[in-house]
Design a protein around this ligand. Sequence first.
Ligand SMILES: Cc1ncc(COP(=O)(O)O)c(C=O)c1O
Length: 253
Amino acid sequence: MTAEIPFYSLAYQNEQIRKEVHEALNNVFDSDWYVLGEKVERFEQEYANYLGVKHCIGVGNGLDALKISLHALGIGPGDEVIVPANTYVATVLAVTAVGALPVLVEPDVLTCNIDPKRIEEKITSKTKAIIPVHLYGLPCEMDAIVAIAAKHKLFIVEDNAQASGGEYKGKKTGSIGHLNAHSFYPTKNLGALGDGGAVTTNDDELARQARLLRNYGSSVKYHNEIIGYNSRLDEIQAAVLSIKLRFLDRWIE
Ligand SMILES: Cc1ncc(COP(=O)(O)O)c(C=O)c1O
């Protein structure tokens, strides 16, 4: 007799939160307000508190979180961005999407994460940022990467898509870079019921830019200050993420 073991299953998690999630879904359904509302604001605050950062900006997905981060930093055509050669395609696509050139750095053979010892040889006068990716929840060697970035005056954008809840020397991953990108795709550690993402930062002005960029460059309806995107977190995803966030540490264990 053979037993079939599913490659992926959310059943264990879903059973623990089924009632609460259904109530939350009903609540959103009856609220007449579905995109960027009080549930998004509440989740943004909760996730910022969880990570120990000042700002969290809910966006449409992890790729957009990376694009918006690079755009907010003013990175574009003519610029180079250091990315790991070993990552999901989204990390590289975000760099090309803003018109910059991705410069690949090989991984450390033991961790499979970007090898800090190989970063400096790829830095040129055009380099503007480094995107460390914490693959499979394993943090990159952030002390070494932060030191290289400081020495060469580069920005750090952590790609924390695979590492919600991860920690590096007492700090949460996704709280260390100038701007950081998070994905809430359903298979991620903190997964929504569809697409979702966030940008986090401690910088007030970068946070303001990211907020404008996610919503058509606008903070006041029909006043469009800059050229932006439509990349907004919706109320259903935020309501579910607030519930799941309370279980995240336990589920990771
Ligand atoms: C390392 C990495 N970066 C970025 C992304 C993009 O996230 P999303 O699928 O939410 O756009 C993913 C996951 O899909 C990822 O694994």
